[in-house]
Design a protein around this ligand. Structure first.
Ligand SMILES: Nc1ncnc2c1ncn2[C@@H]1O[C@H](COP(=O)(O)OP(=O)(O)OP(=O)(O)O)[C@@H](O)[C@H]1O
Length: 336
């Protein structure tokens, strides 16, 4: 595997404010890498260091084999040509048509009119917006604008696409469409994509690996499947819970309690943790009845995982035994 973007002990301060602190990252060619964090965690600073819109205060940033940390401005031009960017607010030129927006970076790069027309036509076709070629940005929906944004970012054939909160302004359905488009960009053109987001659902839908950023530090990173299956840090656990409806929210729990007076447990479900075998014997072996009262299961690549909250009704000692056996199979939390 080839490393395309590498951060070695990168720090960035603005005046007295530390935006990034000792960040090590390694993004491989061909992957979709997500960086997730709350507002102020340092995500935008991280992206801006990748295309040298900001310079690191300490450490080194390498892009496609070149150390860009202190590269002179004139040589950065070449590096930036290999990087496309997609923004939350689309950043389209309002005075130009869809065609004109996508053609713009090609014009700047000195392409001939004929080459530009051929390339733009190709790109509009790829993102599925050919019928809007002569519309202006104000006449487009958010999802359509972002398709144009993606076409424009791809115009000069970059190896890397940086998507900074590219779906944050979109509704869930449109978000799904844009994420599927980014996935096609990755698969069909082999473009390496860095997705900056504060939504774990986005990470689940498209990323191969993820880094969790908090207060300017990477607190956890790894393959998305592993991070979802076994998050270590509190912040990561909370991000994972936003996707999984892990435990009932306090309000929901109160309502569940009114209808289900028995003992309540939340159990983690995943393909490698088979709680079904234990539950199938709940009645016959433990003399405990159970009911599913909350939860959800999601797909992640080829596996599914999630959590279920169960009401267990029976003698206390029997319920204890059942919980102990469930615990041997997976993570189980009894709700007070
Ligand atoms: N140009 C700047 N001048 C001063 N402080 C800055 C500058 N840019 C970022 N910061 C500070 O650095 C920290 C990280 O900011 P950054 O914008 O990278 O976070 P973020 O995770 O992208 O947040 P958001 O999701 O809200 O955009 C914050 O404390 C921010 O106030």
């Amino acid at each position: 595997m080839t490393t395309l973007i590498e951060f070695r002990g990168v720090g960035k301060t603005f005046g007295g404010v530390t935006a990034l602190d000792g960040v090590d990252l390694s993004i491989e060619a061909g992957e979709i890498y997500a960086v997730i964090g709350h507002s102020g965690a340092g995500k935008s600073t991280l992206v801006r260091l990748m295309n040298a819109l900001e310079r690191a205060t300490s450490g080194n940033v390498l892009v496609d084999g070149t150390d860009i940390t202190n590269l002179p401005e004139r040589r950065l031009r070449q590096v930036r040509l290999g990087i496309g960017m997609v923004f939350q607010q689309f950043n389209l030129l309002r005075s130009r048509t869809v065609f004109g927006n996508v053609a713009y970076p090609l014009k700047v790069a000195g392409w001939t009119k004929a080459d530009r027309e051929k390339r733009v036509t190709e790109l509009l076709n790829f993102v599925g917006i050919t019928d809007r070629a002569w519309h202006y940005p104000d006449q487009l929906s958010g999802g359509q604008k972002q398709r144009v944004g993606i076409a424009r970012a791809l115009a000069t054939n970059p190896k890397i696409l940086l998507a900074d909160e590219s779906t944050s302004a979109l509704d869930p359905e449109t978000t799904g469409e844009v994420l599927r488009l980014l996935q096609r960009v990755n698969q069909e053109f082999g473009v390496t994509i860095v997705v900056i987001t504060h939504e774990m659902e986005v990470v689940r839908e498209i990323a191969d690996r993820v880094a969790v950023l908090q207060d300017g530090r990477v607190i956890e990173h790894g393959p998305v499947r592993e991070v979802f299956a076994a998050p270590r840090e509190q912040t990561t656990k909370r991000f994972v819970e936003t996707v999984l409806r892990a435990r009932p929210e306090p309000g929901d729990l109160e309502r569940i309690r009114q209808r289900h007076p028995g003992r309540l447990v939340t159990a983690r479900i995943s393909d490698d943790r088979r709680i079904g075998a234990v539950l199938s014997e709940a009645q016959s072996r433990y003399d405990v009845r159970f009911e599913v009262v909350h939860g959800g299961v999601k797909e992640l690549g080829s596996t599914s995982f999630g959590s279920l909250t169960l009401e267990l009704v029976g003698e206390d000692a029997s319920v204890d035994k059942l919980i102990a056996d469930l615990r041997a199979a997976t993570d189980v939390e009894e709700l007070a």
